[in-house]
Design a protein around this ligand. Structure first.
Ligand SMILES: Nc1ncnc2c1ncn2[C@@H]1O[C@H](COP(=O)(O)OP(=O)(O)OP(=O)(O)O)[C@@H](O)[C@H]1O
Length: 265
Protein backbone atom coordinates (compact mmCIF):
# COMPACT_ATOMS: atom_id res chain seq x y z
CA UNK A 1 0.00 0.00 0.00
CA UNK A 2 1.37 3.47 -0.83
CA UNK A 3 1.61 6.20 1.83
CA UNK A 4 -1.13 8.18 0.14
CA UNK A 5 -3.45 5.16 0.13
CA UNK A 6 -2.61 4.41 3.75
CA UNK A 7 -3.25 7.96 4.92
CA UNK A 8 -6.58 7.93 3.10
CA UNK A 9 -7.62 4.81 5.01
CA UNK A 10 -6.35 5.56 8.48
CA UNK A 11 -6.53 9.36 8.66
CA UNK A 12 -4.12 9.70 11.52
CA UNK A 13 -2.87 7.97 14.66
CA UNK A 14 -4.60 5.39 16.81
CA UNK A 15 -5.55 1.76 16.52
CA UNK A 16 -8.58 0.94 14.44
CA UNK A 17 -11.72 -0.40 16.11
CA UNK A 18 -13.38 -1.14 12.79
CA UNK A 19 -11.79 -1.57 9.39
CA UNK A 20 -13.48 -1.58 6.01
CA UNK A 21 -11.73 -2.79 2.86
CA UNK A 22 -12.93 -2.52 -0.71
CA UNK A 23 -16.56 -2.27 0.30
CA UNK A 24 -19.15 -2.14 -2.47
CA UNK A 25 -22.89 -1.85 -1.86
CA UNK A 26 -25.53 -2.54 -4.48
CA UNK A 27 -29.28 -1.95 -4.39
CA UNK A 28 -30.37 -4.39 -7.07
CA UNK A 29 -28.24 -3.46 -10.11
CA UNK A 30 -27.42 0.00 -8.86
CA UNK A 31 -24.12 0.52 -7.10
CA UNK A 32 -24.39 2.93 -4.16
CA UNK A 33 -20.92 2.47 -2.62
CA UNK A 34 -17.77 1.93 -4.68
CA UNK A 35 -14.64 0.36 -3.26
CA UNK A 36 -14.50 2.16 0.09
CA UNK A 37 -11.71 1.39 2.57
CA UNK A 38 -11.41 3.27 5.85
CA UNK A 39 -10.55 2.63 9.48
CA UNK A 40 -12.66 3.88 12.38
CA UNK A 41 -10.80 4.50 15.63
CA UNK A 42 -11.71 4.42 19.31
CA UNK A 43 -12.07 7.65 21.27
CA UNK A 44 -12.81 9.43 18.04
CA UNK A 45 -15.76 10.92 16.29
CA UNK A 46 -15.66 10.23 12.57
CA UNK A 47 -17.97 12.34 10.42
CA UNK A 48 -19.33 11.22 7.03
CA UNK A 49 -20.16 14.20 4.84
CA UNK A 50 -21.13 14.67 1.21
CA UNK A 51 -23.99 15.70 -1.05
CA UNK A 52 -27.40 14.10 -0.75
CA UNK A 53 -27.49 10.59 -2.19
CA UNK A 54 -23.69 10.09 -2.12
CA UNK A 55 -24.05 6.98 0.05
CA UNK A 56 -23.24 8.19 3.58
CA UNK A 57 -26.16 6.42 5.24
CA UNK A 58 -25.70 3.32 3.10
CA UNK A 59 -22.08 3.03 4.16
CA UNK A 60 -22.91 3.75 7.83
CA UNK A 61 -25.50 0.97 7.79
CA UNK A 62 -22.84 -1.50 6.58
CA UNK A 63 -21.02 -1.08 9.91
CA UNK A 64 -23.67 -2.92 11.93
CA UNK A 65 -25.29 -4.84 9.09
CA UNK A 66 -28.44 -2.73 9.07
CA UNK A 67 -28.44 -3.14 5.28
CA UNK A 68 -29.37 -6.78 5.93
CA UNK A 69 -32.87 -5.47 6.60
CA UNK A 70 -33.14 -4.15 3.01
CA UNK A 71 -33.83 -7.18 0.77
CA UNK A 72 -32.32 -5.71 -2.42
CA UNK A 73 -29.14 -4.49 -0.70
CA UNK A 74 -25.93 -6.49 -1.24
CA UNK A 75 -22.64 -5.71 0.51
CA UNK A 76 -19.25 -7.04 -0.63
CA UNK A 77 -15.72 -6.45 0.62
CA UNK A 78 -14.49 -6.86 4.17
CA UNK A 79 -15.59 -5.12 7.38
CA UNK A 80 -14.07 -6.04 10.72
CA UNK A 81 -14.71 -5.21 14.36
CA UNK A 82 -11.66 -5.86 16.56
CA UNK A 83 -10.24 -7.82 13.64
CA UNK A 84 -13.26 -10.13 13.23
CA UNK A 85 -15.23 -10.17 9.97
CA UNK A 86 -18.73 -8.90 10.85
CA UNK A 87 -20.17 -10.52 7.72
CA UNK A 88 -18.82 -13.97 8.68
CA UNK A 89 -21.41 -16.75 8.74
CA UNK A 90 -20.96 -17.29 12.47
CA UNK A 91 -21.42 -13.60 13.42
CA UNK A 92 -24.36 -13.13 15.81
CA UNK A 93 -26.05 -10.05 14.33
CA UNK A 94 -28.05 -9.26 17.49
CA UNK A 95 -24.83 -9.24 19.47
CA UNK A 96 -23.09 -7.19 16.77
CA UNK A 97 -25.80 -4.51 16.93
CA UNK A 98 -25.39 -4.31 20.71
CA UNK A 99 -21.64 -3.74 20.22
CA UNK A 100 -22.25 -1.36 17.32
CA UNK A 101 -25.30 0.64 18.37
CA UNK A 102 -27.26 3.04 16.21
CA UNK A 103 -29.12 6.31 16.66
CA UNK A 104 -31.42 7.35 13.84
CA UNK A 105 -32.38 10.64 12.21
CA UNK A 106 -35.83 10.72 13.76
CA UNK A 107 -35.93 9.95 17.48
CA UNK A 108 -37.67 6.57 17.76
CA UNK A 109 -38.29 5.70 21.41
CA UNK A 110 -40.33 2.56 22.02
CA UNK A 111 -43.95 3.24 23.09
CA UNK A 112 -42.94 2.25 26.60
CA UNK A 113 -41.95 4.04 29.79
CA UNK A 114 -38.69 5.98 29.95
CA UNK A 115 -37.39 3.29 32.30
CA UNK A 116 -38.34 0.42 30.00
CA UNK A 117 -36.85 2.14 26.96
CA UNK A 118 -33.47 1.89 28.64
CA UNK A 119 -34.02 -1.43 30.45
CA UNK A 120 -35.18 -3.28 27.32
CA UNK A 121 -31.73 -3.98 25.83
CA UNK A 122 -29.98 -4.92 29.09
CA UNK A 123 -32.88 -7.31 29.87
CA UNK A 124 -32.62 -9.01 26.46
CA UNK A 125 -28.86 -9.30 26.71
CA UNK A 126 -28.94 -10.45 30.35
CA UNK A 127 -26.74 -7.59 31.51
CA UNK A 128 -28.36 -7.22 34.96
CA UNK A 129 -28.78 -9.90 37.59
CA UNK A 130 -31.62 -8.19 39.41
CA UNK A 131 -33.77 -5.08 39.76
CA UNK A 132 -31.13 -3.14 41.65
CA UNK A 133 -28.52 -3.67 38.95
CA UNK A 134 -31.01 -2.80 36.24
CA UNK A 135 -31.95 0.40 38.10
CA UNK A 136 -28.26 1.25 38.17
CA UNK A 137 -27.83 0.69 34.43
CA UNK A 138 -30.90 2.84 33.73
CA UNK A 139 -29.64 5.66 35.93
CA UNK A 140 -26.07 5.51 34.57
CA UNK A 141 -27.21 5.47 30.96
CA UNK A 142 -29.53 8.44 31.51
CA UNK A 143 -26.76 10.25 33.38
CA UNK A 144 -24.32 9.71 30.55
CA UNK A 145 -26.88 10.90 28.03
CA UNK A 146 -27.40 14.08 30.09
CA UNK A 147 -31.07 13.29 30.69
CA UNK A 148 -31.22 11.98 34.26
CA UNK A 149 -31.92 15.34 35.90
CA UNK A 150 -34.84 15.98 33.56
CA UNK A 151 -36.52 12.58 33.89
CA UNK A 152 -35.56 11.06 37.24
CA UNK A 153 -38.96 11.89 38.75
CA UNK A 154 -40.95 10.59 35.80
CA UNK A 155 -39.28 7.34 34.82
CA UNK A 156 -42.64 5.63 34.38
CA UNK A 157 -43.96 8.24 31.92
CA UNK A 158 -43.95 7.27 28.28
CA UNK A 159 -40.74 7.93 26.35
CA UNK A 160 -42.84 9.31 23.51
CA UNK A 161 -44.14 12.10 25.79
CA UNK A 162 -40.69 13.74 25.92
CA UNK A 163 -39.62 16.62 23.66
CA UNK A 164 -37.82 15.76 20.42
CA UNK A 165 -34.41 16.60 21.85
CA UNK A 166 -35.11 14.62 25.02
CA UNK A 167 -36.32 11.69 22.90
CA UNK A 168 -33.08 11.72 20.96
CA UNK A 169 -31.06 11.74 24.19
CA UNK A 170 -33.27 8.87 25.39
CA UNK A 171 -32.34 6.97 22.21
CA UNK A 172 -28.66 7.66 22.87
CA UNK A 173 -29.12 6.46 26.48
CA UNK A 174 -30.83 3.33 25.10
CA UNK A 175 -27.86 2.67 22.82
CA UNK A 176 -25.40 3.26 25.69
CA UNK A 177 -27.31 0.93 28.06
CA UNK A 178 -26.09 -2.25 26.34
CA UNK A 179 -22.50 -1.11 26.69
CA UNK A 180 -21.62 -0.66 23.02
CA UNK A 181 -18.14 -0.07 21.69
CA UNK A 182 -19.16 1.80 18.56
CA UNK A 183 -22.11 4.20 18.17
CA UNK A 184 -23.42 5.04 14.70
CA UNK A 185 -25.45 8.22 14.38
CA UNK A 186 -27.39 8.92 11.18
CA UNK A 187 -28.08 12.66 11.10
CA UNK A 188 -29.09 12.60 14.78
CA UNK A 189 -29.87 16.32 14.95
CA UNK A 190 -31.69 16.90 11.69
CA UNK A 191 -35.12 16.81 13.37
CA UNK A 192 -34.03 19.01 16.30
CA UNK A 193 -33.97 22.74 17.02
CA UNK A 194 -30.62 24.54 17.60
CA UNK A 195 -30.76 24.25 21.40
CA UNK A 196 -31.51 20.52 21.34
CA UNK A 197 -28.82 20.14 18.66
CA UNK A 198 -26.26 21.90 20.86
CA UNK A 199 -27.11 19.52 23.72
CA UNK A 200 -26.56 16.46 21.51
CA UNK A 201 -23.25 17.88 20.24
CA UNK A 202 -22.15 18.50 23.84
CA UNK A 203 -23.17 14.97 24.71
CA UNK A 204 -21.16 13.52 21.81
CA UNK A 205 -18.18 15.50 23.03
CA UNK A 206 -18.60 14.17 26.59
CA UNK A 207 -18.99 10.50 25.72
CA UNK A 208 -16.55 10.17 22.86
CA UNK A 209 -13.67 9.05 25.09
CA UNK A 210 -15.40 5.72 25.70
CA UNK A 211 -16.49 4.81 22.19
CA UNK A 212 -15.80 5.00 18.50
CA UNK A 213 -18.55 7.28 17.19
CA UNK A 214 -19.48 7.67 13.54
CA UNK A 215 -21.87 10.45 12.59
CA UNK A 216 -23.51 11.19 9.25
CA UNK A 217 -24.27 14.86 8.92
CA UNK A 218 -25.38 17.31 6.27
CA UNK A 219 -24.18 20.11 8.42
CA UNK A 220 -20.53 20.91 7.80
CA UNK A 221 -20.27 23.19 10.82
CA UNK A 222 -21.48 20.28 12.90
CA UNK A 223 -18.89 17.94 11.38
CA UNK A 224 -16.20 20.53 12.12
CA UNK A 225 -17.43 20.99 15.70
CA UNK A 226 -17.91 17.38 16.77
CA UNK A 227 -15.51 15.21 14.80
CA UNK A 228 -11.78 14.52 14.78
CA UNK A 229 -11.84 12.77 11.41
CA UNK A 230 -13.94 13.43 8.37
CA UNK A 231 -14.69 11.28 5.34
CA UNK A 232 -16.05 13.03 2.25
CA UNK A 233 -18.16 10.92 -0.09
CA UNK A 234 -19.26 11.77 -3.62
CA UNK A 235 -21.40 9.59 -5.90
CA UNK A 236 -20.67 6.49 -3.82
CA UNK A 237 -16.91 7.01 -3.74
CA UNK A 238 -14.74 8.03 -0.82
CA UNK A 239 -12.98 11.12 -2.14
CA UNK A 240 -10.99 12.05 0.93
CA UNK A 241 -10.59 10.94 4.54
CA UNK A 242 -8.51 12.89 6.99
CA UNK A 243 -8.12 14.82 10.19
CA UNK A 244 -11.17 17.09 10.34
CA UNK A 245 -9.23 20.35 10.61
CA UNK A 246 -7.19 19.39 7.52
CA UNK A 247 -10.28 18.48 5.52
CA UNK A 248 -11.88 21.83 6.31
CA UNK A 249 -8.83 24.06 6.03
CA UNK A 250 -6.56 22.26 3.60
CA UNK A 251 -8.38 19.60 1.56
CA UNK A 252 -6.22 17.67 -0.88
CA UNK A 253 -8.90 16.98 -3.43
CA UNK A 254 -10.63 19.56 -5.59
CA UNK A 255 -14.02 17.90 -5.12
CA UNK A 256 -13.68 18.18 -1.34
CA UNK A 257 -12.72 21.84 -1.67
CA UNK A 258 -15.69 22.54 -3.93
CA UNK A 259 -18.05 20.88 -1.49
CA UNK A 260 -16.82 22.53 1.69
CA UNK A 261 -16.76 25.94 0.04
CA UNK A 262 -20.38 25.42 -0.98
CA UNK A 263 -19.76 25.19 -4.71
CA UNK A 264 -22.12 22.23 -4.98
CA UNK A 265 -24.15 19.85 -2.88
N1 LIG B 1 -33.48 1.15 0.32
C1 LIG B 1 -32.96 1.57 -0.84
N2 LIG B 1 -33.32 1.01 -2.02
C2 LIG B 1 -32.81 1.42 -3.19
N3 LIG B 1 -31.91 2.42 -3.31
C3 LIG B 1 -31.52 3.04 -2.19
C4 LIG B 1 -32.01 2.65 -0.90
N4 LIG B 1 -31.44 3.45 0.05
C5 LIG B 1 -30.62 4.29 -0.64
N5 LIG B 1 -30.67 4.05 -1.96
C6 LIG B 1 -29.91 4.76 -3.01
O1 LIG B 1 -28.53 4.68 -2.71
C7 LIG B 1 -27.88 5.92 -2.95
C8 LIG B 1 -27.22 6.41 -1.67
O2 LIG B 1 -28.24 6.73 -0.73
P1 LIG B 1 -27.93 7.12 0.78
O3 LIG B 1 -29.25 7.32 1.46
O4 LIG B 1 -26.99 6.16 1.36
O5 LIG B 1 -27.20 8.51 0.57
P2 LIG B 1 -26.93 9.68 1.62
O6 LIG B 1 -25.62 10.26 1.24
O7 LIG B 1 -27.07 9.16 3.00
O8 LIG B 1 -28.10 10.67 1.27
P3 LIG B 1 -28.85 11.75 2.18
O9 LIG B 1 -27.80 12.71 2.62
O10 LIG B 1 -29.82 12.37 1.23
O11 LIG B 1 -29.49 11.00 3.30
C9 LIG B 1 -28.94 6.87 -3.50
O12 LIG B 1 -28.87 6.84 -4.89
C10 LIG B 1 -30.23 6.25 -3.01
O13 LIG B 1 -31.29 6.54 -3.89
Amino acid sequence: MTDVEHSKISAGEGSPKMTTRNVDVFYGDKQAIKDVSIDVNMENVTAFIGPSGCGKSTFLRCLNRMNDTIPIARVTGEITLDGNDIYAANMDVVQLRARVGMVFQKPNPFPKSIYDNIAYGPRIHGLATGKEELDEIVENSLQRAGLWGEVKDRLLDSGTALSGGQQQRLCIARAIAVDPEVILMDEPCSALDPIATAKIEELIHEIRGKYAIVIVTHNMQQAARVSQRTAFFHLGELIEYGVTSDIFTNPRQEKTRDYITGRYG
